[in-house]
Design a protein around this ligand. Structure first.
Ligand SMILES: Nc1ncnc2c1ncn2[C@@H]1O[C@H](COP(=O)(O)OP(=O)(O)O)[C@@H](O)[C@H]1O
Ligand SMILES: [Mg+2]
Length: 239
């Protein structure tokens, strides 16, 4: 569970704790996938780094929160809080335009994000625009690097459950645009923005990891036809 905080710039943010279940890798996914979505033209709340002071949890009466704060001392990730936003809900009459929906279906297949279903849309409506949130479970190959090569070229059958699929009539166009926007330089810059501290592992330096993410994303881009066709078939079945 993220937390709502007021930071020392007086802004309100939704804090994603480094000490939560999936640890720093969830923050890497949140940041890398979120910035990829932004490059593709999707609205993603601004992502910022928040330093959590180790003293913060000391007097916290709830043991679970106290442990979470203690485990999250240091650099964490937060999203700009969108006050008064509501969760996108097709059952309540929310709709999307074809370009946004098609880009979203392509994007979620590219970063392998399964959390965009009607039940769990992770899509906020704010000032009549759709905002994409909660990408911490994307890029799940990074929990198991030896399988990354296989995952990069795989289709993404989960597209059939995408909350915006019914409006995604232009997936091929979205893919063509994405190929132009996601240049190696753009991907490189996004990865440069990930703190070393979240990337280093026993068997790899931060630079090793950045190179591995870049290789993965480049490979997935080259194989995008596979997941595009899968998503287009799922769309056709919905008609
Ligand atoms: N930037 C934001 N502005 C307003 N509300 C948010 C924002 N980010 C998350 N929320 C709210 O917090 C809930 C949980 O956030 P989310 O990132 O989906 O984490 P998780 O599903 O892992 O608990 C969302 O469903 C949404 O209601
Ligand atoms: Mg969520």
């Amino acid at each position: 569970m993220p937390g709502l905080i007021e930071a020392d710039d007086e802004g309100m943010y939704v804090l994603k704790f480094r000490g939560a279940g999936q640890g720093a890798l969830a923050l890497v996914a949140e940041l890398v996938a979120g910035e990829i979505g932004r490059v593709l033209g999707l609205a993603v709340p601004e992502l910022v780094f928040v330093e959590v002071d180790p003293a913060l949890g000391r007097n916290e009466p709830d043991a679970e929160i106290r442990h979470l704060l203690k485990a999250s001392a240091g650099l964490n990730l937060a999203l700009d809080y969108l006050p008064g936003s509501t969760m996108f809900d097709p059952a309540a009459g929310d709709v999307a335009d074809a370009a946004t929906a098609s880009t979203a279906v392509w994007f979620d297949a590219f970063v392998q994000n399964v959390d965009r279903t009607a039940r769990n849309a992770n899509l906020l409506v704010w000032q009549r625009r759709l905002y994409f949130i909660d990408h911490g479970a994307a890029l799940f190959f990074h929990h198991n690097w030896p399988t990354a090569g296989l995952k990069a070229a795989s289709a993404f059958p989960e597209s059939q459950h995408h909350v915006l699929l019914r409006w995604a009539s232009a997936i091929a166009e979205a893919g063509a645009r994405a190929r132009q926007l996601l240049t190696p330089a753009v991907l490189h810059e996004i990865l440069e923005g990930v703190p070393d501290d979240w990337l280093v592992a026993e068997d790899a330096t931060a630079e090793d990891r950045r190179a591995a993410y870049l290789a993965y994303l480049t490979q997935r881009l080259a194989a995008a036809g596979t997941f595009e066709e899968e998503a287009q078939r799922a769309y056709q079945r919905l008609l």
